[in-house]
Each structure stands twice: as C-alpha cells, then as structure tokens.
Design a protein around this ligand. Structure first.
Ligand code: SF4
Length: 63
C-alpha cells in the first residue's frame, strides 16, 4: 500500500496533518511534503484518515 499526493491539487489546507500528524508532514506553508510514500504496517488507518480529510482529494491511496 502506498500514498500518492498530487501537488497540483494540494492547496495547503493542512487537514491531512490535523487528522494524521504522525503520517502527513507539512512544509512551512502548510503544504503536504509527501509525493509518494509507502505505508508501513500500522500506518494504514492514519494514511486513510488523512486522505479522507483532504477537501481537494489530492491524496490517493494505492492498495
Ligand atoms: S489536506 Fe489536502 S490540500 Fe490540504 S495539505 Fe493535505 S494534501 Fe494538501
């Protein structure tokens, strides 16, 4: 499982980070710094919660 963030869609709402701060790291302007990241065992719920919280649907979960 991995997460892909579409930088063209990310508008810096930071809601992914609010939902799952241990998984979604932001830059100083509130944009998601992840471009592509493997989801380690135990991180699945955090990855999904952060993706669901993104109002821009910028985060895709690839199973
Ligand atoms: S919630 Fe979505 S738009 Fe906001 S920082 Fe996270 S990925 Fe970007």
């Amino acid at each position: 499982m991995k997460v892909v963030v579409d930088v063209e869609k990310c508008t810096g709402h930071a809601r992914c980070n609010v939902s799952a701060p241990a998984f979604y790291e932001l830059d100083n302007d509130g944009y998601n710094v992840i471009r592509e990241r493997e989801v380690a065992p135990g991180e699945e719920a955090a990855a999904r919660e952060g993706a669901a919280a993104c109002p821009e649907r910028a985060i895709t979960i690839i199973e």
